[in-house]
Design a protein around this ligand. Structure first.
Ligand code: IMP
Length: 179
């Protein structure tokens, strides 16, 4: 039998869990302050945003509703496939409501550009973006996320919902995958 740990890449903590939790609490308060007492519709992008969504939704006081959209933009590893498609659509109408798209990370911006245009066609009153992480150095499309947890350098990260070939989503810290 071989050594099952030999092929595991090393992980380095970039953002520890307590900083993530504190920042999400701040974002929740900021979002509620911006919307007054209006209901907020959080639209989370599967699968990476679901851990961020579950903490963010609980950090926003007052009326919050949420739903999920499946968008596939990446292959199984670190390389973008260059293709964006909807794999799961919403179950609710967005007409006249205030939408906040909840995303794990803004990288090239291709996914959020596509999704924002798609959701605009459903005539919400407003659309903003909340992203746990932002990698502005990789941007190919001019996406502006109003609510950003952390701006990070151009490194491939995992944890807190983010994966590498479907692994590591369950880590509570955000980590950089080593070589
Ligand atoms: P974009 O369309 O290039 O902005 O890609 C957005 C998606 O790429 C994110 O929702 C992630 O699923 C994935 N992605 C981008 N950077 C990373 C990373 O560092 N780790 C894991 N997934 C990433």
């Amino acid at each position: 039998m071989g050594d099952s740990t030999a092929a595991q890449p090393s992980l380095r903590v970039l953002i520890p869990r307590d900083r993530i939790q504190a920042r999400i609490e701040e974002l929740g308060r900021q979002i509620r302050a911006d919307y007054g007492d209006k209901p907020i519709y959080l639209i989370a992008i599967l699968k990476g945003a679901c851990i961020f969504l579950s903490d963010l939704a609980r950090a926003i006081p007052g009326s919050v509703r949420f739903d999920f959209m499946g968008i596939s933009s990446y292959g199984r590893g670190k390389t973008p496939s260059g293709e964006v498609k909807v794999t799961k659509d919403l179950d609710v109408s967005l007409e006249g409501v205030d939408v906040v798209i909840v995303e794990d990370i803004v990288d090239t911006g291709v996914t959020l550009t596509y999704l924002t245009h798609l959701l605009q066609q459903r005539r919400p009153r407003s659309i903003q973006i909340a992203a746990l992480l932002d990698k502005p150095s990789r941007r190919l499309r001019p996406v502006h996320a109003k609510y950003v947890g952390f701006t990070i350098p151009d490194e491939f990260v995992v944890g807190f919902g983010l994966d590498f070939a479907e692994d590591y989503r369950n880590l509570s810290d955000i980590c950089v995958v080593g070589d």
